[in-house]
Design a protein around this ligand. Structure first.
Ligand SMILES: NC(=O)c1ccc[n+]([C@@H]2O[C@H](COP(=O)([O-])OP(=O)(O)OC[C@H]3O[C@@H](n4cnc5c(N)ncnc54)[C@H](OP(=O)(O)O)[C@@H]3O)[C@@H](O)[C@H]2O)c1
Length: 215
């Protein structure tokens, strides 16, 4: 698949690196061409360094690997080019607050979809740190890492799910885009706890032990 990546930081490199290694054709666009070139060199596999606008026009799928604060400005510039394309939103609207995080806004993926209504927005890859997606471990405690995806367009979600599988991770469709705000809030809570040294993973029993009695 042709994938355009907007932004050249940690998430661009982590996801772009995995997808390029799996054989996808990547164009990475940044506002600073030297940074796009540096990221394309790190990703390798023939990744192209382009402008932000060119990355949007290149991708059948376009990853927004940007801080939430950049979205308004960037979407104003490339919004029209995103029509008909899959837009992957991995952003988190975290603000630090007393050693943990609160959200600076509570529904980023829905805002993106409202701003570019002709695009097919899929929320995902926002729960784990970039180094987890980039790293060699695919299983933890005997379970392949799950990547929840939220989106309204079934074909778009299926194509992003295939990108998750290409990373040797396990996708699951966690609902429509209206569910994305809960995924965003989950990330703020869980990551905030991890930052505080609490093992968020240990909060949950396995599915078979979740309910004592069937309702
Ligand atoms: N890092 C993680 O572990 C992680 C995990 C899950 C989700 N996320 C989310 O993923 C998104 C990207 O995170 P990241 O860690 O990759 O960030 P990052 O390393 O700081 O990279 C952000 C990229 O966005 C670019 N950018 C910033 N403002 C821009 C603007 N106005 N126009 C164009 N480009 C702009 C930066 O360009 P310059 O270099 O020119 O500033 C940089 O290339 C964030 O929303 C974050 O919350 C991050």
């Amino acid at each position: 698949m042709r994938i355009g990546i907007i932004g050249a930081g940690a998430m661009a490199r982590a996801l772009g690196g995995q997808w390029a290694a799996a054989g996808h054709d990547i164009a990475i666009g940044a506002r600073d061409t030297a940074r796009a070139r540096a990221a394309s060199t790190v990703i390798g596999h023939g990744t192209h360094a382009v402008t932000v606008a060119e990355a949007a026009e290149f991708g059948e799928a376009v990853l927004l690997a940007l801080p939430v604060s950049a979205l308004t400005e960037v979407l104003e510039t490339i919004g029209e080019a995103l029509a008909g394309r899959i837009v992957i939103d991995c952003t988190n609207a975290f603000l630090p607050d007393s050693g943990t995080f609160v959200l600076s806004e509570d529904a980023v993926a829905e805002r993106i979809a409202a701003t570019v209504p002709a695009a097919h927005v899929v929320k995902g890859f926002n729960v784990c740190a970039a180094e987890v997606y980039a790293g060699p471990a695919r299983e933890f405690e005997g379970h392949t890492l799950l990547v929840p995806l939220c989106g309204d367009n079934a074909a778009a979600v299926a194509r992003v799910a295939a990108l998750v599988e290409d990373m040797k991770l396990k996708p699951f469709h966690a609902g429509g885009l209206a569910q994305a705000r809960y995924l965003e809030a989950t990330s703020a809570f869980v990551v905030g706890q991890w930052f505080g040294g609490n093992d968020s993973r240990a909060m949950f029993p396995p599915l078979e032990a979740t309910f004592a009695d069937a309702d």
